[in-house]
Design a protein around this ligand. Structure first.
Ligand SMILES: *Cc1c(COP(=O)(O)O)cnc(C)c1O
Length: 396
């Protein structure tokens, strides 16, 4: 093998200095404390030096303070128990796997993330979708959960094993109210899993107030933490079912592992990513209080983008989240005759110090303004205006 040195010099394509508006990047930018913790805990199983031999489990480690962190994390989310997993999708898989049996059904909103579908598939569950409305707002009617639960009962003779609501979807950034959905699910005795990948960690989320049974979150998306980190928080008696202990016994040795939580395969994140999540926690607890200001930035950005000829917001209006999906007939028209085709928008933005709008896209693209300063928000808006004018689109 030759040229191996390039791996040692691995670096990111975008240096600091660019404003990165990529939807998945904004909530995962590390706090200073997390950046220090990464170095401190960079070695292998760095969390595990003082793993208590009796429990022998990640959530029991007192030094560093993982046990108290998980208790505080549960409290912060208004839940009884919290665990750290590798990703939001793993949290969902664990829930589907532990609450469903092969052939059971999970009811999901039709704006759900692809990983919701895959988690169900891997757990051997059927998926029943709750439909959404059409453009421009793509809303979901909570009452439709009742219809779909009834449908599952008719088709399979039993209620779904679990229902899932995507708190804010990655397609339009629509915020849904979990409470009416939870009420419907509970009337049928169906637990509700809230996919809070885009909400918990950036905005206030309290599972008890929202009446949800389970919260799945994403550390690298919304908790200023490194990948891979996910959150699984549980309320009520379900916790024991989802975090059931191992029952296996070696047929020759008789060995057993009754302390280990089965679906977590014992332990999950044992090093630097977990340290980053823990170190950012105080910062996250503080920043969710500033959510309203973040929403104002998104509303301002939408207003500015919609001043561009042929450009409109898709998803609910007014915006209640910072992920923005734009439809632009204007930029699309420009792309048809531009020598760089659809890449012109990405390239023009990049020249203006802005990255994160997917290369090649003009008709539909997404951006996220979470955590940008007002100056940065204005710089991004002005860049779009500037590019529009350059190509003869009016900005009114
Ligand atoms: C990003 C995203 C995920 C995936 O999160 P991971 O932590 O990477 O698994 C799941 N659901 C939604 C709604 C998302 O936006």
């Amino acid at each position: 093998m030759s040229g191996l040195e390039r791996y040692a010099g691995i670096s990111r394509p975008y240096k600091s200095g660019y404003i990165n508006v990529h939807p998945i990047q904004r909530g995962g930018i590390l706090s200073e404390a997390a950046r220090r913790a990464l170095l401190e805990f960079g070695d292998g199983y760095s969390i595990c030096d003082f793993c208590p031999p009796k429990e022998a489990r990640l959530d029991a480690i007192k030094k560093p303070p993982i046990a108290s962190f998980m208790a505080d994390l549960a409290k912060f989310l208004g839940m009884d128990v919290a665990r750290v997993t590798t990703r939001c999708r793993e949290s969902k898989f664990i829930v589907f796997r532990m609450l469903g049996r092969p052939g059971d059904t999970v009811v999901v909103d039709s704006l759900a993330h692809y990983s919701t579908y895959l988690a169900a598939e891997l757990a051997g569950l059927r998926v029943k979708e709750v439909p959404h409305e059409g453009p421009p707002e793509y809303r979901i009617n909570p009452e439709a959960y009742a219809e779909k639960i009834e449908e599952v009962k008719r088709e399979t003779g039993k209620p779904p094993a679990v229902a899932l609501l995507t708190h804010v979807d990655n397609l339009y950034g629509n915020l849904k109210d979990p409470k009416p959905v939870a009420k419907i699910c509970h009337e049928y005795g169906v637990p509700l899993l809230l996919n809070a990948a885009y909400t918990a960690g950036v905005m206030p989320v309290n599972g008890k107030d929202l009446e949800v049974d389970i919260i799945a979150g994403s550390g690298h998306k919304s908790w200023a933490a490194s990948a891979p980190t996910g959150i699984l928080a549980l309320r009520g008696p379900l916790a024991e079912k989802v975090l059931a202990r191992s029952k296996v016994q070696g047929d020759w040795s008789g060995r057993r592992f009754p302390n280990k939580e089965l679906a977590l395969l014992g332990c999950t994140v044992m090093g630097a990513p977990l340290a980053s999540l823990v170190a950012s926690f105080p910062y996250v607890v503080e920043r969710v209080q500033r959510w309203e200001e973040e929403v104002k930035k998104a509303q301002y950005m939408v207003e500015q983008l919609e001043r561009i000829e042929g450009t409109r917001l898709l998803g609910e209006k007014p915006k209640r989240h910072t992920l923005i999906h734009v439809e632009s007939e204007g930029f699309h028209r420009v792309s048809k005759t531009h020598k760089r085709r659809g890449f012109f928008l990405y390239e023009e933005l990049r020249e203006r110090g802005i990255v994160g709008v997917q290369p090649g896209l003009t008709k539909h693209f997404k951006l996220n303004v979470y955590g940008l300063t007002w100056d940065e928000v204005k710089k991004v808006a002005e860049a779009f205006h500037d590019i529009a004018r350059k190509y003869g689109l009016s900005v009114h």
